[in-house]
Design a protein around this ligand. Sequence first.
Ligand SMILES: C[S@@+](CC[C@H](N)C(=O)[O-])C[C@H]1O[C@@H](n2cnc3c(N)ncnc32)[C@H](O)[C@@H]1O
Length: 414
Amino acid sequence: MVTKDYYSLNEVSEILGKSKETLRRWDRDGKFSAVREPISQYRIYKKEQVNSLLEQLSIDYEDTIDNSVTPIKEFKVLELFAGAGGLAVGLEKAGIKCVALNEIDKWACQTLRENRPHWNVLEGDIKSFNFSEYNNQVDIVTGGFPCQAFSYAGKKLGLQDARGTLFYEFARAVKEVNPLICIGENVKGLLSHEKGKTIEGMISILDEIGYNVVPVKVLKAINYKVPQKRERVILVGVRKDIDIKYEYPKPHNKIYNLIDALKKGELYNCNVPKSEGSKYPEHKKAVLDLIPQKGYWRNLPLDIQKEYMGKSFYLGGGKTGIARRIGWDEPSLTLTCSPAQKQTERCHPEETRPFTVREYARIQTFPDEWKFMGSVSQQYKQIGNAVPCNLGQEIGYSVIKFLNEYYLSLSKPK
Ligand SMILES: C[S@@+](CC[C@H](N)C(=O)[O-])C[C@H]1O[C@@H](n2cnc3c(N)ncnc32)[C@H](O)[C@@H]1O
């Protein structure tokens, strides 16, 4: 048995995006069988077998899902922590009007103003704004608040206990505005943050200010027309006086790959435009030159693996995101805020370089017309921080469906 021909359970879990428990079950059921490493008896998988399953999973399915819906009236959103507008663009594409956007970063604000001169960009720290002028004026409040720990005084977290955190500011804005529905967006890690206490606290605060939280869900961007394996937690609060069920957008069965992002096809009607981009330092480039498409650090000769990985070489886990070259026929791994960042390399499939700014923007499904302001690193940061526009659009449809039902229910005789 030659170890380099096999993947560990951890690696397969990361590559296929399936939990280890699912893989163990598939093995027990004979659906996807592992073999046992002779000494440790751990499950391992032949690489060829994994790659062919990966291909099968991304077969060009005919998409039978359509979440699109037309708003029956003009729906309005207040978007907090707006960044460069990934979510806002998506909501706008779905047909929702952005009445105001708050953001602290001056370059992100310039991006918003440059692309949408008519948008009301409220630049500055959210703490310095009072949103009462929007009271009962908007249907939706959204916001990707950065995740922070709370200090717990009592058993159940109340709004006042969260003071000083950005979630407090989000909740305060919701309270001031009194929208029909509010949507928080965050990284998947929010669910396990402080062993689940943080998300529990957020749910109890929304409850206190008059919102029922829909069971929290992780949405996978690849299921929403985004050629990237990004995952986001969505926290939806429905005002307690409303008796309409909110439903998450249905996942599409067509998966888009890197080729769909960068070349002319279903997602874009031309190849990706040329743009600026950062470079790898020489040493990193020499290492990444040795990696084939879809390969990562394990494809390096052992001595270079050890040197490149340093201490991480001896730690557990697949770490399939390190020294990774993305293949044309797979979705990109999650983009970060800086493309040459150590240990999260996502190299171009054919050239040994990070994705350019425009390639980054396409992998996040921004339209080519959307300009980013500031230095190249500021632009990468804005793009890496964003909710992919296509995911935002599908979330937008789900909200429109909910609001349509709500307003129709008002006109029905009781
Ligand atoms: C995850 S990003 C949001 C991305 C955005 N939803 C999008 O789709 O492009 C979080 C944003 O919150 C902003 N932010 C952080 N602290 C803030 C504060 N105190 N007031 C206002 N915005 C803040 C950051 O500058 C960052 O752009």
